[in-house]
Design a protein around this ligand. Sequence first.
Ligand SMILES: [Zn+2]
Length: 115
Amino acid sequence: MYDFDDLPDSRTSLRGLTADGDEAWLIRSISQKLYRCPGCGKAVEIGMEHVIVQRIGRIGGTEHQHWHRSCAEDGPMLELRQLRKVSAFETRPGKLAARGQTKAGRRRRDMRRGR
Ligand SMILES: [Zn+2]
């Protein structure tokens, strides 16, 4: 179990590893439409501050889900390994999608440590 209680905010995202060794990025977001939280099964309402959990597979490919902040805290944030802060600049739209098109071993190691 990992003791980490800082949720992502507008300047800081989080990056961790799943049990399968996939990357998981946690990004603070405001919902533009209705989503269903995989943690509790209830709606993430439009305009709600929430957490996007985006997985990037070791062999490429990416998928993301929209979580309530409290559900993300009780779910992915407890389960992920090596969770650390990264600049939200690293997780802006498009950047992670591009990362998912490259196999892990070929990705540039340009990740900056959290401030
Ligand atoms: Zn939820």
